[in-house]
Write a protein that binds this ligand. Structure first.
Ligand code: HEC
Length: 106
């Protein structure tokens, strides 16, 4: 009986991890943001410091209700000004999105 319990737990944990990967992992997204987005955006949880005018901080993006996963993906389908040479995979887009959502203030 006890063995069955552990097996069930292992399966459950496997499912949870798979689910997280599908929707993106904030940790990985944070690394990607530091590589690709930090030149223009403030990517840390620091809404009060803007890097350049007109560029929303990632925390500001997190606060936006209209930034759905679909819209976020569309940003990369037609990259915004200056955002050239950045072609994240679907998984990386999901990771970035998860990272931005993790900055949302409750
Ligand atoms: C060369 C500078 C630059 C880089 C690099 C850059 N951005 Fe931006 N980003 C901007 C500017 C400027 C805007 C505001 C103007 C606009 O939305 O077109 C913006 C706006 C956005 C928006 C809002 C778009 C919308 O539909 O309102 C999102 C989301 C975004 N950036 C995500 C990212 C992510 C994620 C990365 C890294 C993979 C990134 N940006 C890299 C300059 C940049």
């Amino acid at each position: 009986m006890k063995r069955f319990g552990w097996a069930a737990l292992a399966v459950l944990m496997g499912l949870t991890t798979a689910g997280a990967a599908e929707f993106g992992e904030a940790d990985r997204g944070g690394d990607l943001a530091q590589t690709w987005c930090v030149n223009c955006h403030v990517v840390e949880a620091a809404p009060e410091t803007a890097s350049a005018a007109q560029v929303p901080t990632f925390q500001a993006l997190a606060a936006r209700d209209d930034l759905t996963p679909e819209r976020f993906q569309a940003v990369f389908a037609s990259p915004h000004p200056g955002m050239v040479g950045i072609e994240p995979s679907r998984q990386q887009i999901a990771d970035l999105y998860a990272y931005i959502q993790s900055l949302k203030e409750e």
